[in-house]
Design a protein around this ligand. Sequence first.
Ligand code: AMP
Length: 280
Amino acid sequence: MPPAAKDGALLPLMMPFEFLTRTTTVLRTAAAPQLIFLGAPGVGKGTFASLLCKAWKIPHISTGDIIRDAIRRGTPEGLECRALAERGELVNDELVIAIVEARLDERDTQNGFVLDGFPRTIFQAEQLNLFSGPFLAVDLFQPLDIIVAKLAGRRVCTMCKKTYNVCEFRPDGSSDAFAANGRAGYEFKPILPTPEDLEKCKGCANLQQRVDDREDIVMRRLKIHMKEEAALKRFYAGKKQLESFHVKKGLDDFPKFQTFLEHAAAHRRLFIRDGRSGLL
Ligand code: AMP
């Protein structure tokens, strides 16, 4: 049975060989979106990734979530990562590559996936290209000062893992978190638990700040991120695999973002049919 495309239509039974990508055990067609979300911590990568994955019925693979879960469960990988992750530093490449490789070998990735938080280094990007692809890297962009204020406002439910944000920006540039240095054009409403959330999960009434969202650790994470991201963007831009999306309204940008991605993916598939640009 061939995999179903995201709109429910079946992909053609006979796909030319070069349209297939192979990992150790999972076959994926070129029509299966293999997306990498780039962007600073706090820009909304995780939220956009989970909304998109729900809409397209593909898994959202967040290395940060996998690592935090391993730490909570006290697995050997978790123990190895704990000190570095809690200081906001990157864990070693080999370990995180092994985690991603094992995850991409699971059958639910056959219709595509979104990688969130991986790759973070050129070495990770190169290794990823060896065992899967082709990818479309999507850079979610936002000015740094806005990201810092939003990160400080992020809260998470430790039971259901849902993320919220208490920070607010108004379109006239005013903001409680940002009063001295407002910026017009950005509009972020606080994201708080709804009555439905509170009914579904008791933990949502008692939100926590992640250890690595504290301001000193946020600054360290952003510094590390800026250094790595410039190189990653060059890496994917050089392969014509990079698209950029400016996030100005958070969740309200999502419909525009989804349309933007559909166009980007369709444009690239056209190139595959024309056979002009390799696989992407
Ligand atoms: P995140 O939630 O994506 O910010 O990840 C939380 C922490 O997990 C990071 O600060 C790192 O310690 C670790 N981590 C997540 N993804 C990676 C990665 N691709 N490479 C190295 N460390 C990672």
